[in-house]
Ligand binder design. Structure first.
Ligand SMILES: *[C@@H]1O[C@H](CO)[C@@H](O)[C@H](O)[C@H]1NC(C)=O
Length: 472
């Protein structure tokens, strides 16, 4: 055997031994991971912290492809951050507009001080340059297939909306009636829509808001989004990377003090539908909504927006109504919602086990002026974006009289008795909207005192936590 081929054999053997060591040691060299024996267990005693997850610390099975211990790719850096763990570095990559690959160097005494806890975000070219490095480095791609967590920009552009059951109606006669409820445009549209809401769990009114109102609100919502983004240069979001809840950034949990938002409580078609649905009445409890930046790659896992003993109730304890202020295509990070799931008392599946048909249950396209009326028990979640545009969906929230009597004064979300609406704004509403929002009036004038300021905005609104199933 020549010395050259002997050397080659030796390096192959060393590589195999090294890989074997990586898999059988199993635990990562991150000193903040729990002890190795935890890798054989799945319980909360071992896995308490979302930044040191079992997938990251143990990298067993399919997760070994998501957290590639001992792998690096030199060069191609687009940004460098500090991070507490590889999990966080992965999330920072997903929040970045162009990051395709990340590399994290653990914060361990064996590592030179200037490299400890460094998170390198890299461009597409890094994916081709991957190679074996030292044990204190871990790397991965922006999305890991094993987690079922997202879509490429191209794949996110190719989707179509949920076809069945029929979930669209309109007040006036609109084109494309074939895909709409048969009563669309007739004087009974709202009765039929109330029935769809009851049976399916959601319904969309295509022409709920006039153009003059969507235009004004669009401008306002964009301004609010800009203020939030100025506080989040890394785009970490408060509902997962590049994904934002308006209400989650507000001290009042709502945006009803922002001029224009009150129109969402006073929408004639929506209130007509809700009056038909709740025969004994309902109450407004505020509203906020959400926005998603273009280039968002990840799904938000399926969840309910209301908790507690909600499945014994015949009617929705609470309803959310999202308004499309401009045309939302199926590439614009539409919401997905599972038909009939409002009656299902089991836990929604996590992203890994979610059936494809649920990932494809997209409520799109939504033309400008559409109102998406949703029982808050419906399993729903955000989806990736195949667009460069920000997708905005402000909302208003309503509760049944029964649920409102339970939450009134709780100070939590879906409380119809919190001072979130300025007095002067309330006075300008229609008599019907005034009646359902009476308990929301800020009688003490605190909101008016702070009007025109950004005091409502929580400076550190960013959420480092994600839904449990998305933390990995
Ligand atoms: C509830 O959802 C689960 C998971 O998708 C499904 O297996 C089950 O059949 C559903 N139950 C009902 C009553 O629809």
């Amino acid at each position: 055997m020549s010395s050259k081929s002997r050397l080659r054999l030796l390096s192959v053997v060393a590589g195999v031994v090294y890989q074997w060591l990586l898999t059988c040691v199993a635990a990562s060299p991150d000193p903040r991971c729990p002890e190795t024996s935890c890798c054989q267990r799945d319980d909360g005693a071992c896995w308490r912290h979302g930044l040191w997850t079992r997938a990251y610390c143990c990298a067993l099975g399919g997760a070994a492809d998501c957290y590639r211990w001992g792998e690096d790719s030199p060069g191609g850096d687009v940004a460098v951050h500090s991070a507490h763990s590889g999990v966080q570095c992965r999330h920072i990559c997903q929040a970045h507009e162009t990051c395709a690959y990340w590399t994290y160097i653990v914060n361990a005494p064996q590592v030179p001080e200037n490299l400890r806890g460094r998170c390198f975000l890299k461009s597409e070219s890094a994916v081709a340059n991957r190679g074996v490095a030292h044990p204190f480095v871990v790397s991965g791609e922006r999305l890991c297939q094993h987690f079922g967590e997202g879509l490429s920009f191209a794949a996110a552009r190719e989707r179509i909306g949920l076809q069945t059951p029929t979930w669209r109606t309109s007040v006036g006669v609109t084109e494309g009636r074939a895909a709409m409820l048969p009563g669309s445009g007739t004087e009974h549209w709202f009765r039929e829509a109330a029935k769809a809401l009851e049976e399916v769990g959601f319904v969309v009114i295509l022409d709920a808001m006039p153009d003059a109102q969507t235009a004004g609100l669009l401008q306002t919502a964009k301004q609010v989004a800009e203020k939030m983004l100025a506080l989040d240069p890394e785009r970490l979001g408060n509902r997962g990377p590049r994904r934002y809840s308006f209400g989650g950034a507000s001290r009042t949990l709502h945006l009803m003090h922002i001029p224009g938002w009150e129109h969402l409580l006073d929408n004639e078609p929506v209130n007509r539908l809700l009056s038909a649905y709740y025969s004994d009445g309902f109450l407004a409890c505020g509203g906020g909504g959400d926005f998603v930046l273009g280039g968002t790659s990840t799904y938000q896992s399926l969840h309910l927006d209301v908790g507690g003993p909600v499945h014994g109730l015949e009617k929705a304890p609470a309803i959310g109504v999202n308004f499309a202020l401009e045309d939302i295509s199926c590439a614009d990070a539409p919401i997905r919602a599972v038909p009939y799931s409002h009656l299902n008392a089991t836990e929604p599946p996590d992203l890994v086990s979610e059936p494809q048909e649920m990932k494809d249950a997209l409520l799109c396209p939504l033309p400008r002026g559409s109102a998406l009326v949703r029982d808050l028990r419906v399993w729903h979640g955000g989806t990736p974006s195949g667009s460069t545009q920000t997708r905005l969906l402000p909302n208003a929230e309503f509760v049944s009289l029964l649920w409102g009597s339970l939450t009134c004064g709780s100070g939590e979300i879906l409380d119809p008795c919190q001072p979130v609406l300025p007095q002067a704004v309330h006075e300008r509403l229609s008599p019907f909207a005034r009646a359902i929002s009476e308990r929301l009036v800020d009688g003490a004038g605190v909101l008016e005192q702070h009007a025109g300021t950004d005091d409502w905005l929580i400076p550190d609104f960013r959420g480092y936590h994600r839904h449990k199933q998305e933390a990995y």
